[in-house]
Design a binder for this molecule. Structure first.
Ligand code: AMP
Length: 285
């Protein structure tokens, strides 16, 4: 396996992409924060299916972490990540420094209203402004034809879709289905924070959402379904439960408290703590 070429600066990234463009090749982009798992690799595979050349970025973006969040503890393994990306057929790793992405004097922040306000927007103030700003920068730096994001972070995907449309970024945003462990737990770099006992209890999050979806489809009322899922999580040792909510699948506006109208495009989204890991998950409802 050949080592994966790496760009550390925006100029290096642009030089490589410009070379591909001269050859008439299309470009896909997969932004990540590293500590890569099969979920990230599935995004790379989707990008490879849609573009001739694929760039994956690894950048642990400080502006999307709150002051009391896990920026310092966030898992890092660039050598392992580069090997996984090369193995998947990725063509370039973009791994800039914080100083490269946020040079002194930087003063512009991208905020997306509406879709970024509820759910994680409430639980993690400033998080989506950090996400939208870094993704806008990355997409401007690479200027890809397509960029792939996971449905695992469903609200993030909808925020990025809105931003890309509003700012005329000229890139197609693709969503990829959530990759899960055999027992249903959504793969996440943060699962590394779970103890063995917590890891055994963690699949309850996906199980509670699966049950909720089947009850909604059977005509149960939204408020009762949400409350039941919260109760299941608490009983399994999760806490605090930040939210379990049924929302419009596109703009994330509130649905319920009664039954979902037939044909309504809905999503159930949840965030809950298990020990020192904050787990999130969501499903089509
Ligand atoms: P992260 O490194 O956690 O910031 O994630 C980088 C990208 O990978 C985001 O678009 C995530 O939504 C996506 N991703 C993370 N976990 C999964 C998963 N289990 N399945 C699919 N995509 C994922």
């Amino acid at each position: 396996m050949l080592p994966l070429p790496a760009a550390r600066t925006v100029a290096d990234l642009r030089r490589t992409v410009a070379g591909w463009r001269r050859e008439g090749l299309t470009v896909g982009f997969v932004p990540t924060m590293g500590a890569l798992h099969e979920g990230h690799i599935s995004l790379v595979r989707l990008a490879l299916a849609r573009a001739d050349r694929v760039v994956a970025s690894i950048f642990i973006n400080p502006t999307q972490f709150g002051p009391n969040e896990d920026l310092a503890a966030y898992p890092r393994d660039e050598a392992g990540d580069a090997a996984r990306l090369a193995d998947a057929g990725c063509h370039l790793l973009f791994a800039p420094s914080v100083a490269e992405m946020y040079p002194p004097g930087v003063a512009t922040v991208v905020t997306v209203s509406g879709v970024s306000e509820p759910l994680d927007g409430q639980a993690r103030p400033g998080h989506f402004a950090g996400v939208a700003t870094i993704v806008a920068k990355l997409l401007n730096q690479a200027r890809p034809d397509v960029a792939v994001f996971g449905e695992k972070d469903y609200q993030q995907l909808q925020v990025i879709r809105r931003m890309a449309a509003d700012l005329d970024l000229g890139v197609e945003i693709l969503g990829a289905p959530t990759a899960r462990a055999q027992d249903g737990l959504a793969l996440s770099s943060r699962n590394a924070y779970l103890t063995d006992d917590e890891r055994r209890r963690a699949p309850e999050l996906a199980a509670a959402l699966t049950e909720a979806v089947s009850n909604l489809r059977a005509g149960a009322e939204v408020a009762g379904v949400e409350a039941r899922a919260v109760g299941r999580l608490r009983a399994a040792g999760f806490g605090p439960v930040d939210y379990v909510e049924v929302r419009d699948a596109a703009d994330l506006s509130r649905l319920g408290p009664g039954r979902l109208l037939p044909g309504r495009s809905a999503r159930i989204l949840a965030a809950a703590w298990l020990g020192r890991a904050r787990l999130i998950d969501n499903m089509a409802a």
